[in-house]
Design a protein around this ligand. Structure first.
Ligand SMILES: [Zn+2]
Ligand SMILES: [Zn+2]
Length: 181
């Protein structure tokens, strides 16, 4: 399937972005990504903040104001504005589940999560997790598996320094984006 950039009309190329297959426009640096992969990229902490900042600046492309057509099915894409600190518009195709991100926005999406306190905490947990020995990691996985699905209101989960909210962010942050060695 040949797909063209919704802005420049040049052909999109298949590339890997932080290990995830995506489509890229070499001219405007925009990315076409499945919604699921965008979420995995958003939650991954593989790159240092400085590098993400650099990508944001170097590849910055103004948010496209006009309605774009989906490179996959040519239907009109829907705009979705993201809350601060991301603060830009995504272009979505509900039929193909594709998302178009203008140049620099994929990096901005990750930066926004790093700035968010919960995201920061999750990043720290993920970093610790990756540094653990396989034995400790297996132990942690076992402990996480034993956690109840939801905690009763106002109940202290106990068992250590991490509160329920931290566990929740750890669970959501650790698993989807994580590629185990
Ligand atoms: Zn382009
Ligand atoms: Zn489409």
């Amino acid at each position: 399937m040949n797909m063209k950039c919704p802005i420049c009309e040049v052909e999109l190329t298949r590339v890997r972005y932080q290990g995830f297959p995506v489509f890229h426009c070499g001219q405007c640096h925009g990315y076409l990504v499945s919604r699921q992969r965008m979420e995995s990229i958003r939650r991954s902490y593989v790159r240092p903040v400085e590098e993400l900042k650099q990508e944001t600046l170097e590849h910055h492309h103004d948010d496209t104001g006009r309605v774009l057509r989906c490179p996959g099915c040519r239907k009109r894409m829907r705009k979705q504005s993201l809350k601060p600190p991301a603060s830009f518009n995504l272009d979505l195709c509900d039929a193909c589940r594709f998302v178009w991100l203008d140049g620099g926005e994929l990096a901005r999406l990750q930066l926004a999560r790093r700035i968010d306190p919960q995201g920061r905490e999750a990043a720290e947990l993920q970093r610790r997790y990756l540094e653990m020995s396989p034995k400790r990691r297996a132990q942690l996985e076992q402990n996480i598996a034993k956690l109840p699905e939801s905690l009763p209101d106002g109940d202290d989960p106990g068992g250590g320094p991490w509160g329920a909210d931290v566990w929740a962010s750890a669970l959501t942050a650790l698993w989807p984006g994580l590629r185990l060695p």
